[in-house]
Design a protein around this ligand. Structure first.
Ligand SMILES: *Cc1c(COP(=O)(O)O)cnc(C)c1O
Length: 409
């Protein structure tokens, strides 16, 4: 535990955007006015009923919320211990939780009179969600994407184009997500007046980590209510996969001040956390540093160079983690573990076979951890994991990993 006594975990960040020694805003002077402007607007909508009425309307009729809470009966039977529930955010429009946050940021952009939206994307899921909501509101959208990712994620590039977005390949650095985010920040500085930067996870300079968390917190709020309806009490353990950490923060946040609820984040262990940089486990295998405007745990070498992580799941390979997770890690309020690619693949297959749900490889990391702990817990114990994405996008990766050849018609 930190020496500072923490009475509440839901009150952060402080006014400088810090969660303990993490977070903050390490940005250039030119960016500062934009950030302050955004913060003002974000503070003003927090308790604005008309804003949340519009959010709720779209969540219900466009995204498909509330997402179901589902008792995974056959999986529970198989693992023979704790009762396992899935929060089914994979059923959202566009197939993951990303749209919860994008919708909030786009409504905010409209309030601010912004007429152009930019975003970064790695695997393409955030890019697709942003392009989707931009199409819905008739806003021009530019998505920055590393050249390497453009190659690897061709179907999502095509989806974004169908939705009317412009995809700008980024060749600086190693041509991946980190570099795309840098270019998006540069674009923002040069197009101050009309542009809104829509960030896809709980990272970036303050107020992004708090703002994205607040938009994703709908996941945990619904879970609380649904769990009360189905079980008459709160769950004992929450489990979610961590890339940047937005789906996890969304589920965890409304439970942070419930001391009896155990909270577990699952990082991408790739080929193993001991295997230098063959993983994406920033908390389990990284060190604190500054990236993209905030202080947090990062994958970096001894000279402070950011390293590329590795994971079978493209959506988990951000070389950092949201600063609030770093703080929850250091205070001990949440635990962070890692599972390997192989364990995630086993979870993928079991979920398909036992539950008739093809999950994305990201939540398979959470599920793999559930599979490790469920059997040794009593049958009264309730685990809730976030099924944050569906697996249609991953079937080719899985086929390849299993050595199965797919031929096109
Ligand atoms: C993007 C993505 C993630 C990783 O992002 P977080 O901010 O950690 O949630 C996880 N799962 C899915 C399905 C995603 O699309």
């Amino acid at each position: 535990m930190d020496s500072v006594l923490v009475n509440t975990f839901t009150s952060g960040p402080d006014e400088d955007g810090r969660f303990g020694k993490f977070g903050g805003r390490f940005v250039s002077e030119t960016l500062m006015p934009l950030i302050l402007d955004l913060e003002r607007e974000y503070v003003s909508i927090k308790d604005d009923d008309s804003f949340w009425a519009e959010m709720n309307y779209l969540w219900k009729h466009y995204v498909g919320r509330p997402s179901p809470l589902y008792y995974a009966e056959r999986l529970t039977e198989r693992l023979g211990g704790a009762r396992i529930y899935f929060k089914r955010d994979e059923l959202n429009h566009t197939g993951a939780h990303k749209i919860n946050n994008v919708q909030g940021q786009i409504l905010l952009a409209r309030r601010m009179g912004k007429t152009r939206i930019i975003a970064e994307t790695g695997a393409g899921q955030h890019g697709v969600a942003t392009a989707t909501v931009c199409a819905r509101f008739g806003l021009p959208c530019v998505v920055y994407m590393g050249v390497h990712d453009v190659e690897r994620q061709a179907p999502n590039v095509f989806r974004m184009k169908l939705l009317g977005a412009e995809v700008r390949p980024v060749s600086s650095g190693r041509g991946t997500l980190k570099d795309a985010m840098n270019d998006a920040l540069r674009d923002w500085v040069t197009n101050v007046r009309d542009t809104f930067y829509c960030i896809g996870t709980v990272a970036g300079p303050h107020p992004y980590p708090a703002m994205v968390r607040d938009f994703q917190a709908i996941i945990g709020k619904e879970t609380r209510q649904q769990m009360m309806e189905m079980e008459g009490r709160l769950p004992d353990t929450l489990v979610a996969a961590i890339g940047g950490g937005s789906n996890a923060m969304g589920l965890f946040y409304p439970f942070l001040d419930e001391p009896d609820v155990r909270i577990v984040g699952v990082e991408a262990g790739g080929k193993g956390v001991d295997d230098r940089m063959q993983h994406c486990a920033s908390l389990n295998g990284g060190v604190p540093g500054v990236l993209h405007g905030n202080r947090t745990y990062l994958l970096q070498d001894d000279d402070g160079q950011i390293l590329e992580g590795f994971s079978i799941s493209a959506g988990l390979d951000y070389p950092g983690v949201g600063p609030e997770h770093s703080w929850l890690h250091e205070t001990g309020r949440a635990e962070y573990v890692a599972v390997t690619d192989i364990e995630a693949l086993e979870a993928f297959q079991l979920c398909c076979e036992r539950e008739g749900i093809i999950p994305a490889l990201e939540p398979c990391h959470a599920l793999a951890h559930v599979m490790k702990i469920a059997g040794s817990l009593p049958s009264e114990h309730i685990i809730c994991m976030n099924m944050c994405g569906r697996g249609d996008k991953d079937i080719f990766t899985v086929a390849k990993a299993l050595g199965i050849e797919m031929t096109e018609e």
